[in-house]
Design a protein around this ligand. Structure first.
Ligand SMILES: NC(=O)c1ccc[n+]([C@@H]2O[C@H](COP(=O)([O-])OP(=O)(O)OC[C@H]3O[C@@H](n4cnc5c(N)ncnc54)[C@H](O)[C@@H]3O)[C@@H](O)[C@H]2O)c1
Ligand SMILES: [Zn+2]
Length: 370
């Protein structure tokens, strides 16, 4: 707690558009630096903390003192989980902000996992045409991925992240001890995004991950810091995802389709990272078929994914629905299914067109591997 692990201040200017500045902190001093930043730089008239019951209970309550001396914040509790990352919940949040007197000088702090960062960022960015906001991620997934990069949004009509905006948090506070209260399954879901970051954009990080496994990692701080810095490099190079940044979507075309399918069909639906892990399995197979991924890399990636993540048994007649969801993917253009596929472990290519019959073939292969 006493260590300041990261203090990175960065500002990106692309095509003369400033995408705001973001500050990362970790450790006890980080809270003090955040307080200074809030008071001196943002000086809001009111602070609203959007959170859910678990983030409140496990992380916010024990740290309440720290927030008290920022100023007396209003806490807005919202129901947890992906099923609530929806328009109805946004309406409640917008209305709460309105009733509690939020102005354009107010600050929103999104305090929770990826669901809270996504919906809170969207609500803040659309309320009165946009309030400043800060992300304080409390899950591994949100610390390495969802809180960083300016993508905010909600699911709509069963389609993942169909509505959303690019909008950058003024600051992000990553306090790694928060993840200690997460269940193994939730933490593993975040680990899937770390595996993805290695596979799609950093060979040496992938080798570091490959040399260990989820169960044997003890030093989460170091590995989180590495994943965050790789993601930042990619985001800075292409903040609005006009091209290169799409490498981060590896595993997500089929992953999102599995996630949406599972939400529609299962009592206990797949977590985001669990679906992405299965998406990476399928897209690794596709990569060996059409983007030059060597067979040997394919086998070692598949073996690693099956060893670290639980296999999801897909109904034999699910293929049609999975394809329908895949066609909703935002990466698609002109009616084609566009994927990010691997050229090798650690390098990916965007805009890979895959035919629907190839996807069907892939899902058949998937059905045979466990
Ligand atoms: N915007 C992006 O760039 C981006 C990137 C990746 C994922 N995402 C999104 O992130 C979401 C998934 O995020 P997630 O996995 O964090 O899920 P989540 O936010 O739903 O959190 C999972 C569960 O953990 C609880 N929780 C939160 N912090 C906790 C803690 N410290 N201890 C115990 N429990 C805690 C939550 O209440 C919830 O029940 C998905 O909606 C996904 O689409 C967004
Ligand atoms: Zn993801």
């Amino acid at each position: 707690l006493d260590k300041v692990l990261i203090f990175v201040f960065y500002q990106f200017i692309m095509n003369n558009i400033s995408t705001d500045s973001t500050i990362f902190f970790t450790g006890k001093k980080a809270f003090i630096l955040l307080k200074d930043y809030v008071v001196k730089t943002l000086s809001p008239d009111k602070i609203f903390i959007i959170t859910d019951e678990n983030a409140y209970k496990y992380c916010l309550k024990p740290f309440r003192k720290v927030f008290k001396y920022i100023s007396e914040p209003e806490i807005i509790l919202t129901p947890d989980g992906e099923l609530n990352k929806n328009l109805e919940c946004c309406q409640t949040l917008w209305w709460e902000l309105a009733q509690k007197g939020a102005t354009r000088k107010s600050l929103v702090i999104n305090f929770g996992g990826g669901m809270i960062c996504d919906i809170g960022g969207f609500v803040a960015s659309t309320f009165k045409r946009g309030l400043p906001f800060i992300n304080i991620p409390t899950t591994l997934l949100a610390q390495v991925d969802a809180s960083i990069g300016g993508k905010n949004g909600i699911d709509f009509q069963g389609v993942k992240n169909l509505l959303g905006v690019f909008s950058w948090p003024d600051a992000i506070l990553i306090h790694t001890p928060f993840i200690e209260t997460q269940s193994e399954a939730q933490k593993k879901s975040g680990f899937a995004e770390m595996v993805k970051i290695g596979l799609c954009c950093d060979k040496s990080f992938w080798h570091q991950i490959e040399a260990t496994s989820f169960d044997t990692i003890t030093d989460w701080e170091t590995i989180i810091k590495r994943a965050v810095s790789i993601k930042l490099q990619v985001v800075n190079a292409d903040p609005y995802e006009t091209g290169f940044r799409r490498v981060l979507n590896f595993g997500h075309t089929i992953g999102h389709a599995f996630e949406a399918y599972s939400m529609e069909n299962d009592d206990n639906p797949l977590k985001h990272g669990e679906a992405v892990a299965m998406g990476m399995l399928c897209e690794t197979w596709l990569s060996s078929k059409q983007s030059g991924l060597p067979e040997q890399d394919m086998h070692s990636i598949i073996e690693y994914l099956l060893r670290n993540f639980e296999y999801y048994h897909l109904n034999p007649d699910a293929g049609k629905r999975i394809l329908e969801f895949a066609f909703h993917d935002k990466k698609n253009e002109a009616g084609n299914l566009q994927f990010t596929l691997l050229n090798s472990a650690g390098r990916a290519s965007i805009g890979q067109i895959v035919t629907p019959s190839r996807v069907e073939e892939c899902l058949k292969w998937y059905g045979t591997i466990a």
